[in-house]
Design a protein around this ligand. Structure first.
Ligand SMILES: [Zn+2]
Length: 207
């Protein structure tokens, strides 16, 4: 990813978010106005994509600032309803610096076929996730039912937050993945989407 050479953390965050949107778009993970992308700023505020707009064609205007509770910092800015899910991830760990949410085909389809989790086992790529040193393991990707009431969804997810090494999926909707910085979050999203795409292919071959 091209890095902006700047001492202004806001400029760096905006640049990181725009670059992440383009990368997610290249893979087809942010169709139409889907998805949202955020970074935590050093002062605790969160830079996040504005509601609506294509994430593959973001400009600096497409990134706004919200408080740790999700309230817009500048009057008139409209954060996405899902901003509260980003805030929840940041509140769970002071280490988290970036959160990504996309709507890929694989995460959408597999979560509609799954129960309360998708189990991923035996893949080399599992090593991209923290604490995993071998492919010879299985990791559980929790699946939560979609809900337009995001505050209620936050409450459903809350008890699971401490133990979600892969992130999570909202059924028929998409993934949430995070990392210490944007580079780590993107690597983890790419790893998870690769695993989900493999699972989808395996199921096609079985039937
Ligand atoms: Zn969404």
């Amino acid at each position: 990813m091209d890095k902006v050479i700047s001492s202004d953390p806001r400029a760096v965050a905006v640049s990181d978010i725009i670059a992440a949107g383009r990368r997610m778009d290249r893979f087809g993970w942010v169709p139409a106005t889907a998805g949202n992308i955020s970074c935590r700023l050093p002062d605790g505020l969160i830079a996040i994509t504005r509601s609506g707009g294509h994430k593959g064609m973001l400009t600096p205007h497409g990134v706004i600032e919200v408080t740790a509770e999700g309230a817009p910092v500048h009057e008139g800015d409209r954060p996405s309803a899902e901003t509260l899910l980003h805030c929840q991830v940041y509140a769970a760990s002071p280490r988290t610096g970036a959160v990504l949410h996309g709507h890929s085909v694989a995460s959408t389809v597999l979560s509609m076929l799954a129960g309360d989790a998708i189990t991923l086992a035996g893949y080399e790529v599992l090593k991209v996730f923290e604490g995993q040193t071998t492919h010879d393991t299985s990791l559980r990707l929790p699946v939560f039912d979609n809900d337009q009431d995001i505050a209620r969804l936050v409450r459903v997810i809350a008890p699971h937050m401490p133990d979600m090494p892969l992130g999570y999926v909202i059924r028929g909707h998409g993934v949430y993945v995070w990392g210490d910085d944007m580079g780590m979050a993107l690597a983890r999203l790419e790893g998870l989407e690769f695993l989900l795409a493999c699972e989808l292919e395996k199921r096609k071959i079985r039937t």
